[in-house]
Design a protein around this ligand. Structure first.
Ligand code: DAH
Length: 382
C-alpha cells in the first residue's frame, strides 16, 4: 500500500469514528489540535513500520538464533528438544514470521535476508541434531552405568536336579537296543500267575518258582518277579518277527543285602525270527555290553531257566569278584507254543538283567542299597 491510499484509509476511518474532530489529516496542515498530534505520531510509526531496514531483520534473525541456541543447550530431554524444534523451526515459528516482513524490503535486499534466514535455520537444525546426539550419548552412558555387570561377582547358585542313576542307565540301555532295531514295550507290575510263571513254562510245583517267590495279592495275582512276563503279553498280541526291549520294576521276597533289594529293576530283551541262533544272541550281548561298558572282562556260564533252552548267565567283574548281571538263552519251544508261534518255523533268544547290578558295575558302587537312600551327596556324583 502506498502512502497516499494509506492516509486516505485513515481519513475514512476518522470520519467513521469521529476521532480527530472531523478535520482532514494532511501532513502540511498549519494548525493541529492535540488529538491530531497523537494521530500524526501514530501515522509516522505506521509509515516507519512499512519501511523495514534490512539490518533490523538481520538483527531479529540473529536474536532468534541466539535464543534458540541457548534454549537448545539448556534442554535435558528429548521431549524438550522436540518442543523446541516445533517452536523454532515449525511453520508458526519466528523465522517464517520474520520472512513475512521481507515484502517490505527493497527487492535488492531480499536475497541476502533470505539467505541469512536459511543459514540460521540450518544453524538451529545443526544445533538441534548436536544436542540430540549429546542427550542420546548421555542417556546411553547412564544406561550402561546402570546395567554394568560385575563379572567377578559370585553368581547365585541354583542347584540343578539330575536324572537318578537307575533311570539314566535305563535310558542308555534302551537307546542302545533301539539303535539295534528294537522297540520298547511295557507291561503291568501286578501280574497273573499265568503270565509270570505258567506261560513261561514254570510247572505249578517246579522248584524254579521258589527262587522267585514273591508277594501274592488276596485275589491270587502277584507282583511280577521279572519282566519276562511282558514277553508273553507282547507275543500274544503281535506276530513275529519280534524285537523288543522291556524296562520295568520287579518284586521278590529276597533278603536285602549289598546285591539284593526286594524291589528292583530289570530290562528284558526278546528277539524272535526265522533262523535265530545262540550266536546271534552272543553277538547282540557283546555289542550291547561294549556300548555300555567299553572293553570289560565278562563271563558266560551255563544255567537253567524254564523258559529258555539252552540257558546262560552273564557275569561282570565287581568288587574283585564275578557278579551275575543277566540271565539269557534261546526261547524254549514251549513258550513259543504258548503264544501260538510255530517253534518249527521260529526261534529266538531272550535275556533279562538287573539295572541295580548294572549300576553297581558301571559306577563301582559297593552296595546297591545306596541307590535308594536318597542321599543327595551320593546321587549328585552320577
Ligand atoms: N527272568 C530271569 C530272572 O529274572 C532272567 C532271564 C533269564 C530273562 C533268561 C530272560 C531269559 O529273558 O531268557 O532271573
Amino acid at each position: 500500500m502506498g502512502l497516499k491510499p494509506f492516509l486516505t484509509q485513515i481519513g475514512r476511518w476518522q470520519l467513521a469514528t469521529g476521532i480527530g474532530s472531523g478535520r482532514s489529516i494532511v501532513p502540511n496542515a498549519p494548525l493541529w489540535s492535540g488529538s491530531q498530534a497523537v494521530w500524526l505520531s501514530f501515522v509516522v510509526l505506521a509509515i516507519a513500520s512499512m519501511t523495514v531496514q534490512p539490518s533490523e531483520l538481520e538483527a531479529q534473525l540473529d536474536a532468534i538464533r541466539q535464543e534458540a541456541q541457548q534454549a537448545l543447550a539448556a534442554a535435558t530431554t528429548m521431549e524438550q528438544l522436540e518442543q523446541l524444534r516445533v517452536k523454532y523451526l515449525g511453520k508458526k515459528g519466528p523465522i517464517p514470521q520474520v520472512l513475512g516482513g521481507m515484502g517490505k524490503l527493497e527487492p535488492s535486499d531480499r536475497p541476502r535476508i533470505g539467505a541469512k534466514a536459511n543459514e540460521i535455520k540450518a544453524a538451529i537444525e545443526t544445533e538441534l541434531e548436536h544436542q540430540k546426539t549429546t542427550l542420546q550419548t548421555a542417556q546411553l552412558q547412564a544406561q550402561l552405568e546402570a546395567e554394568t555387570l560385575d563379572v567377578t561377582m559370585p553368581g547365585v547358585y541354583h542347584q540343578q536336579g539330575r536324572v537318578h542313576p537307575l533311570n539314566s542307565i535305563i535310558d542308555r540301555v534302551l537307546d542302545i537296543f533301539v539303535g539295534l532295531g528294537y522297540t520298547v514295550a511295557e507291561g503291568p507290575e501286578m501280574e497273573t500267575d499265568y503270565y509270570n510263571f505258567e506261560a513261561l513254562n514254570f510247572l505249578p510245583d517246579h522248584p524254579a518258582r521258589d527262587m522267585q517267590d514273591t508277594l501274592y495279592l488276596p485275589d491270587g495275582n502277584i507282583l511280577r518277579t521279572h519282566t519276562s512276563s511282558v514277553q508273553i503279553r507282547y507275543m500274544e498280541a503281535n506276530e513275529p518277527p519280534v524285537r523288543i526291549v522291556i524296562p520295568g520294576r520287579c518284586y521278590r521276597r529276597d533278603t536285602v543285602d549289598a546285591t539284593h533289594t526286594a524291589v528292583f529293576h530289570q530290562i528284558e530283551f526278546l528277539a524272535i525270527d526265522e533262523g535265530l541262533t545262540f550266536t546271534d544272541m552272543k553277538g547282540t550281548l557283546r555289542i550291547f555290553l561294549e556300548q555300555l561298558f567299553g572293553e570289560v572282562p565278562l563271563r558266560m556260564r551255563p544255567s537253567f531257566f524254564p523258559f529258555t533252552e539252552p540257558s546262560a548267565e552273564v557275569d561282570l567283574q565287581w568288587q574283585g569278584r564275578w557278579l551275575e548281571i543277566m540271565g539269557c538263552g534261546m526261547v524254549d519251544p514251549n513258550v513259543l507254543k504258548a503264544v501260538g508261534y510255530d517253534p518249527e518255523v521260529y526261534t529266538g533268544f531272550a535275556g533279562g538283567f538287573g539295572v541295580e547290578r548294572l549300576a553297581a558295575v558301571l559306577y563301582q558302587i559297593d552296595d546297591i542299597r545306596r541307590l535308594y537312600t536318597s542321599d543327595r551327596r551320593f546321587l549328585a556324583q552320577f
